[in-house]
Design a binder for this molecule. Sequence first.
Ligand code: F0G
Length: 447
Amino acid sequence: MVEPVYFSSKEERINWIKHADYNLFKLDSDWVIIDLMTDSGTGAMSEQQWAEVMLGDESYAGSESYYKLARTVEEIMGFPHMVPTHQGRAAENILFSATVKEGDIIPGNAHFDTTKGHIEFRKAHAVDCTIDAAFDTTIEHPFKGNVDLDKLKKILDEHPREKIPFINLTITCNTVGGQPVSLENIKAVKALADDYGIPVYMDIARYAENAYFIKKREAAYKDKSIQEIVHETFACCDTCWMSSKKDGLANMGGLIATKNEELFTTISNLTIIYEGFITYGGMSGRDMGALAVGLREALEFDYLESRVEQVQYLGEKLMEYGVPIQTPVGGHAIFIDALRFFPNVPQAQYPGQLLAVESYIEGGVRGTEIGTLLADRDPATGLDRYPELDTLRFAIPRRVYSRNHMDYVAATMRNVFERRNQYTKGFKIKWQAPILRHFTVKLERNV
Ligand code: F0G
């Protein structure tokens, strides 16, 4: 499928973004030239996936498409129980409704924003135990998504067992740059969790990319297949949830899979309340079929290599131009370090958002801020939290863009970078929602 792209003028973009209250979520997609806002649901499906769409079984109960998906999940991941949901956060809603209560502590590696949102919405606390190296974009570390075992142990020692329903491992770790977690670390987290009798739950939106990095960067696994690495990964996990819009190569969908039969009974009932009957949950039959195919395609080594190499290519081009990015480059996205990019803009004025807006104005390239806006306010004090990483993320949709597009993006960023010292002011907030504010926030320039 091809789609014409309208090349807007800078003047048009200045007007549109002002009209959108400097919130890139409020832009019409027609006003965007290259859309790197997310890699979630924005990939292209294969001919095999489209063929499977034609075979979709839309039966309310016992759909064959559900069984195709359930068999695939069991074969690839080893979970005997699975419910589909309409996307990742719906899976979080159901799973956390079953497991998280007020005052609970959920330690993990840099929880994704919706994960944290669902935890804090239940008046529980997400405690970040990611290694320190993740928060310094200049440090080269092959597995910046790793959990710091001392930090984790401290949390486990400080709180009674019943306050910690699970440990949350996110693979790859989106928030710190799509950074992988090593199998050595995954196994160590599982061993520690076992000592304390606490289950490990994984957020597996990008688990295939994580497996690719393990093969490439962890010596002990270089001769293992992606599927073998995936098996070893899931052997360390009791329950997982997935936004299938990433490594499921689907445009919509999610799932929860578990080895725990009792938990499955509870989440099945919650799925019926919130999503739909167990054998479709939040998905249509045709989409479950396409997802079953996508899950397999996402584990093909050649696909993974071309995917991760494309992201790497953009990262290298940006580094060539001097643009400061999180290194090493992660799996799905480039994270540009806004604090290093705009050293003269105070963090309280949202430098990551400023970078997002300026990149859009310069070249019509839409990324998304992963920084102070996204970190939102501390629920206890109501004041802004200042994350160590304040970034602009360019997430690359799967199987969509070419190398030419990456060159265009890099050239856009070079132009903004060349005038970086002229920027001393960012934005202030005109209006914000009580939770997950970045989606709807209204901003104005701080003049
Ligand atoms: N977990 C991770 C690690 C994610 O990256 C996302 C979504 C979710 C959970 C929630 O899934 O969107 O299907 O409800 N990430 C998208 C992104 C939105 O742009 O990174 P969802």
